[in-house]
Design a binder for this molecule. Structure first.
Ligand SMILES: [Fe+2]
Ligand SMILES: [Fe+2]
Length: 494
C-alpha cells in the first residue's frame, strides 16, 4: 500500500488530486489482487487505465500552458507507460489460469506502483517550479504569517478547462442526455467525519476515558453513513445513530470505565510517559500487550455485570434485571422513536456493546477498506456507471457474506443495514433474499443478523415500503433501458 505524502505535491492542486486518486486506485488493485477476486481486479484496472489517460491529458495541457520546455519528452514517458500498462492489462485479460492472473496482476500493480511514485517524484517535479503561485492571502491581525498553499493560476485553470473539454469530446459518458447524466457521477452519500483526536485533559483518568471512547467512536462513526436522498420509512438501528453514540459514551463513563480504572495497570501508565502532551489517538501507542488485556478485562467485566441473570422459577426460565441494567436501559432510550430503533436491552445487546471495543485493534482502516469494496461492488453489479465493467451477479451479496469472517460477528448485521441506508437498490427486498442465505427461517437467521431480521419484521408491517421499492426499481429499469437504447443508436464519430 502506498500512502500520499506532502513531498509528492507537484504544486498544482488539480494534479495532486489526480495523483492521490491514482494511488487510491493502485491500492485498491492490490487489495483485490490479495483477495484473488479476478473480475474486480479487471474492473479496477479498467478504471485505473482510464484515469491514467485522463490524468496524462490534464497534466500535458497544464505543461503546455506553463510552457514547460520538456513537454514533448514528458509526453513520450506518459505514452510509454500507457502502452506498457495496456499490454500487461491485455495479458491479464487473456490469462487462462489463476496462477497466470496472479503473476500478471502482480506485475502490473508493481509496474504502476513503482512507475507512478518514481514518475511523480522525479519527472513531474521538474515542472513544479514553473507552476505559478497565487499571492498568499493577507495575514489576519495577530495571526502568524504562513506561506499560502499553491492555488491554480488562471492559466492553469484555462488549461484544465481545455483538457476537460477535449476529454468530454472523446468520452461517451459526457455525451449522455441529461436524464442519464447521473451515470457519470459516483453515488453520493454522507460519510460522517471522524473528529480529530482530543488533547489537553486535566486528569489522566479523563484522558484514558476519552481515549477509550475514541476507539469506540471510530466504529460507531463508521456505521453512521447514510444517504439523505433515500426516503426510508423506518428509523436507523441504534448503532448507526449519532444520538445513540452520545448516549453510549455517557453509559461507558458511568458503568464501564470505573471498572477499567479500578485496575492498577492503567493508572501506572500515567507515570511512564508525558501523557499531558499526548492525544487520544497516540495514547494507544503506549498501551502494552498486558495493558491491552487489562483494559479488555475491565471492559468485559463491566458489561457482564450488567447482564440479566437467568434463574428458574417453577421450571420456567426467568430473567432477573438488576437496577443498573434498568438504569442503562433508561439511559440508552432514543429521544423520539424516529431517532433510532433499539430493542429492550438484554444480554444480546450487551454482547453487541461488548464487541465495540478492541484494545488490540484499531478497526478504522479495515472497516473503511471493506466499505470501499462494498461501494465498488454495488456500483459494478447493481448500478453500474457506464465507464465501469460490470461485476457478476451475486458479487455484492457474496462479498457481504464473506465479511462475516473478517469482523467481529456482531458488526456484519450493521454493515448490511448501512448498505441499505446508503445504496438505493439494497432494498428490504434485497435484505429479505440476503437473509435466506443465513438460515431456513427467521429464528435461524436471527442468530446471525438479529437486527436486520428485526428491521425486516418492522418493514413487513408497513405495506407502503414494498410499493415504493417496486416503483423505484421500475424507474431504474426504465433508465437502464433508455441507456442501452441510447448507446445502441448514438451517432458514430470518426
Ligand atoms: Fe503525473
Ligand atoms: Fe507526468
Amino acid at each position: 500500500m502506498i500512502a500520499w505524502r506532502d513531498a509528492m505535491s507537484v504544486g498544482s492542486p488539480a494534479l495532486d488530486a489526480d495523483h492521490k486518486k491514482l494511488i487510491e486506485l493502485i491500492n485498491l488493485t492490490e487489495e483485490w489482487l490479495g483477495r484473488e477476486s479476478w473480475p474486480q481486479v479487471g474492473a479496477v484496472i479498467d478504471d485505473l487505465l482510464l484515469y491514467v489517460q485522463e490524468h496524462f491529458r490534464r497534466e500535458e495541457a497544464i505543461q503546455a500552458a506553463i510552457k514547460f520546455p520538456d513537454t514533448e519528452a514528458h509526453r513520450r514517458l506518459h505514452e510509454a507507460l500507457a502502452a506498457r500498462a495496456r499490454l500487461l492489462h491485455d495479458k491479464f485479460k487473456a490469462a487462462a489460469t489463476d496462477a497466470e492472473r496472479r503473476t500478471c496482476g502482480a506485475v502490473l500493480a508493481k509496474v504502476l506502483n513503482e512507475w507512478l511514485i518514481d514518475h511523480i517524484l522525479k519527472q513531474d517535479m521538474k515542472f513544479k517550479s514553473l507552476i505559478p503561485k497565487k499571492a498568499p492571502p493577507p495575514p489576519t491581525a495577530g495571526a502568524e504569517l504562513k506561506t499560502g498553499l499553491p492555488q491554480p493560476s488562471d492559466e492553469e485553470l484555462a488549461a484544465e478547462r481545455k483538457a476537460r473539454r477535449e476529454a468530454r469530446e472523446k468520452d461517451v459518458e459526457y455525451e449522455l442526455p441529461p436524464n442519464l447524466a447521473y451515470l457519470l457521477k459516483r453515488i453520493e452519500y454522507v460519510i460522517p467525519h471522524l473528529p480529530s483526536p482530543a488533547t489537553g485533559f486535566d486528569s489522566f483518568e479523563k484522558f484514558c476515558e476519552a481515549a477509550i471512547c475514541r476507539r469506540i467512536d471510530k466504529v460507531l462513526v463508521f456505521f453512521q453513513r447514510h444517504n439523505p436522498a433515500l426516503s426510508l420509512e423506518l428509523p436507523p438501528v441504534f448503532l448507526s445513530s449519532p444520538e445513540f453514540a452520545e448516549k453510549f459514551r455517557e453509559a461507558i463513563v458511568k458503568f464501564i470505565f470505573p471498572v477499567i480504572w479500578d485496575s492498577r495497570q492503567i493508572r501506572m501508565l500515567a507515570t511512564s510517559y508525558a501523557w499531558a502532551e499526548d492525544d487520544t489517538e497516540t495514547f494507544w501507542e503506549h498501551v502494552t500487550r498486558p495493558l491491552e488485556q487489562s483494559i479488555l478485562l475491565g471492559w468485559t467485566q463491566g458489561w457482564d455485570d450488567l447482564k440479566l441473570l437467568e434463574t428458574k422459577k417453577d421450571g420456567l426460565k426467568v430473567f432477573q434485571v438488576k437496577d443498573n441494567t434498568k438504569a442503562l436501559r433508561e439511559m440508552l432510550q432514543p429521544s423520539s422513536p424516529q431517532a433510532y430503533d433499539i430493542p429492550k436491552i438484554g444480554n444480546r445487546e450487551i454482547e453487541t456493546f461488548k464487541s465495540l471495543l478492541d484494545p488490540a485493534n484499531d478497526w478504522w482502516e479495515t472497516l473503511n477498506r471493506a466499505w470501499r469494496i462494498c461501494h465498488d461492488l454495488y456500483e459494478q453489479e447493481k448500478d453500474p456507471r457506464i465507464f465501469q465493467q460490470k461485476a457478476r451477479e451475486g458479487a455484492f451479496r457474496d462479498n457481504l457474506l464473506a465479511t462475516f469472517n473478517r469482523f467481529p460477528p456482531q458488526w456484519v448485521d450493521f454493515l448490511v443495514l448501512a448498505c441499505h441506508r446508503v445504496f438505493p437498490r439494497i432494498s428490504t427486498a434485497f435484505l429479505e433474499s440476503f437473509a435466506t442465505n443465513l438460515g431456513r427461517n427467521d429464528a435461524e437467521r436471527e442468530a446471525h443478523i438479529p437486527y436486520t431480521i428485526r428491521y425486516l419484521r418492522q418493514a413487513r408491517e408497513i405495506p407502503g415500503i414494498r410499493d415504493r421499492e417496486r416503483d423505484e426499481e421500475m424507474e431504474w429499469q426504465l433508465r437502464m433501458k433508455e441507456l442501452s437504447d441510447y448507446l445502441a443508436h448514438r451517432p458514430k464519430k470518426e
